[in-house]
Write a protein of this length. Structure first.
Ligand SMILES: [Cu+2]
Length: 136
């Protein structure tokens, strides 16, 4: 009988723990969606920004929400690249807009811009190369 009561207590604790963690999960999900987040479907439109030894070409571009930008380097650039949102080094202004890892010179990194705004960016490995992407 003692064991049976012990078992019931454990079961009750386990159930309580389960429901508490369920609730926590929901709250976290709600809190994780930034207020300025615009949920848009990808438009399928692609733009290209090339990093050259003189900087990004183009360094300013206007696109529609849901458009994709493909970041690459010119053949003479020949170095790793790392496109990222300002502000260097935390990239917190638009934290998803960040390749998070160095990209090999001949490889591209692309990102679909779902948030309307004027997004300044830079190359994380050569932060003097900067640009601005306007998403409308
Ligand atoms: Cu950076």
């Amino acid at each position: 009988m003692k064991y049976f009561i012990g078992f019931l207590v454990l079961l009750a604790l386990a159930l309580a723990g389960f429901f508490i963690s369920q609730n926590k999960g929901e709250d976290t999900l709600k809190g994780d969606v930034p207020e300025q987040q615009t949920v848009v479907s990808p438009t399928g439109v692609e733009h290209r920004i090339v990093l050259t030894k003189d900087g990004y070409t183009p360094s300013e571009i206007s696109i529609s929400a849901g458009d994709k930008i493909i970041f690459s380097t010119s053949p003479e650039y020949g170095k790793l690249h790392w496109p990222a949102s300002n502000i260097h080094p935390t990239h917190s202004i638009y934290s998803e807009f960040d390749s998070k890892v160095p990209i090999e010179a001949e490889k591209t990194w692309s990102f679909v811009f779902g948030r309307v705004g004027e997004w300044r960016f830079h190359d994380h490995l050569a932060p003097f190369h900067t640009g601005v992407i306007t998403v409308e």
